[in-house]
Design a protein around this ligand. Structure first.
Ligand code: FES
Length: 191
């Protein structure tokens, strides 16, 4: 497990049951994908137009989902951002869908608009208020009233689809670009 928290915004979980202010992220990316190398004489031109190699390396990551059980959440790093991956249970999915048309939603969105596959919620773990990292990824974290995420910085609460339900956050947790390469392999990033 690698400690990457130093590169990330402050984590808003200082009131969690475990009492930890920061934690390591479980980094499960199976590899990074760099740009396809151009051949021959055109390479120098292409190279000058491309970002540095370390930036390219962060452009796409692949995450092996096969060992994440239903009900578990993991965090990976992509583009220097924490990505929350939630393998949702049927109950969590049903609860979220039941709130689809709740008039109290601050940033209305259907559950189906938040996911590509109902059991996998993939979102950027940065509070849309001032950029803290909400708690809720680890057992014992406060999750708020909707079994989602709680940002202790100023009290924003997100539900099980990452929709903001309380507090000053103006919008739902952002979604990263991603696609499923197979039933158990997720690719995050597009470059
Ligand atoms: S940064 Fe999350 S509530 Fe303010």
């Amino acid at each position: 497990m690698s400690d990457i928290s130093a590169d990330l915004p402050p984590r808003g979980d200082k009131l969690t049951a475990s009492g930890k202010k920061r934690r390591d992220f479980l980094y499960v990316a199976t590899g990074t994908l760099g740009a396809v190398a151009a051949a021959g004489s055109i390479w120098p031109l292409v190279d000058t137009m491309n970002p540095a190699a370390d930036v390219r390396a962060l452009a796409k990551i692949e995450v092996d989902l096969s060992s994440i059980p239903r009900g578990a959440r993991i965090t990976v790093q992509w583009a220097q951002k924490p990505i929350f991956i939630d393998h949702r249970t049927e109950r969590q999915i049903a609860n979220s869908i039941a709130d689809d048309n709740n008039p109290d939603l601050i940033d209305p969105a259907l559950d189906s608009e938040r996911v590509q596959r109902a059991e996998w919620l993939v979102q950027i773990g940065i509070c849309t208020h001032l950029g803290c990292i909400p708690g809720g990824q680890e057992p014992g974290d406060l999750r708020g009233d909707w079994d989602g995420w709680y940002c202790a910085c100023h009290g924003s609460v997100y539900d099980g689809a990452g929709r903001v339900r309380k507090g000053p956050a103006p919008r739902n947790l952002d979604l990263p670009p991603y696609q499923f390469l197979s039933d158990t392999l997720l690719q995050i990033g597009t470059a």
